[in-house]
Design a binder for this molecule. Structure first.
Ligand code: GLP
Length: 252
């Protein structure tokens, strides 16, 4: 199945297009059920989306938001937690809050928390849209290389390169990054009715090539998306640099 790949001239253009895509889906379906990512990549998208929401009177009140992942041991109150990140960078900017569900990294029984989350997504009618970032090692959510494509929401061990990449959020020390996390699974993501992947920067170019132009292989978790019928990749030029020409379609 051929994905839709849009390459933008700048991070700003990519962020605006992504915000517009989510806004369009929410306008068309006020009860939108959407999974949202953390990370540096979507930061500007969240700013623009909050602005669009305000300026166009878009309503989030009937929507449901599921956060993709969380560090084991961290809760909404902890600096470094993804729940806190989403509150700070997106949710607190909305006048009308969606119903938000997040994996609780401090849950006494993390496995039970994952089961609860999976059931909550199912109970919401499944995801209409999963918005994803991409790790340099090809991860989606915190589904690290080797994750089964049948995987569901679960506790995972983070790859050393992921702890290295996320060290800036923990004072620059990879050892300070929690070693484990809870993440929505690959099968859960593949069941979403639509997927939007945002990738920016040269450091991701190889992961983008392997995900889109390489074999479908659990060594590259994002390659699982080749099996999804409705995926859009929004890339900046740097992230698209290693793609074969045929896979590149530039946006003005
Ligand atoms: C994080 C998250 C992912 C995110 C990825 C890329 O650790 N678990 O959901 O997409 O890594 O993050 P960034 O956008 O900061 O490169």
């Amino acid at each position: 199945m051929l994905p839709c790949i849009d390459v933008f001239d700048s991070y700003e253009a990519l962020s605006r297009a992504a915000a517009e895509r989510i806004a369009a889906r929410l306008a068309a379906r006020p009860s939108l059920c959407v999974a949202l990512p953390t990370g540096r990549t979507p930061l500007r998208m969240y700013e623009v989306l909050a602005d669009i929401t305000r300026n166009r009177g878009l309503r989030w009140g009937r929507a449901r938001v599921f956060l993709l992942d969380e560090y084991l041991g961290l809760g909404a109150g902890d600096p470094g937690s993804f729940h806190r990140f989403m509150e700070e960078h997106f949710l607190s900017r909305l006048e009308e809050r969606p119903q938000v569900d997040a994996l609780d990294g401090r849950a006494p029984d993390p496995e039970a928390e994952c089961t609860r989350y999976e059931a909550a997504i199912r109970g919401a009618g499944g995801l209409d849209l999963a918005v994803l970032g991409l790790g340099r090692n090809g991860h989606i959510g915190f589904n690290e290389p080797g994750s089964s494509f049948d995987s569901r929401t679960r506790v995972v061990t983070l790859a050393p390169e992921t702890r290295q990449a996320n060290a800036p959020d923990f004072g620059g020390d990879p050892a300070a990054v929690p070693p484990r996390a809870l993440t929505v699974g690959i099968a859960t993501i593949l069941e979403s009715r639509e997927v939007l992947v945002l990738v920016a920067g040269a450091a991701k170019a190889e992961a983008v090539r392997r995900a889109l132009a390489g074999p479908v292989d659990p060594a590259v978790p994002a390659s699982a998306l080749q099996r999804h019928p409705r995926v859009t990749w929004f890339l900046d030029r740097e992230a698209a640099a290693q793609l074969p020409g045929l896979l590149r379609t530039y946006q003005p």
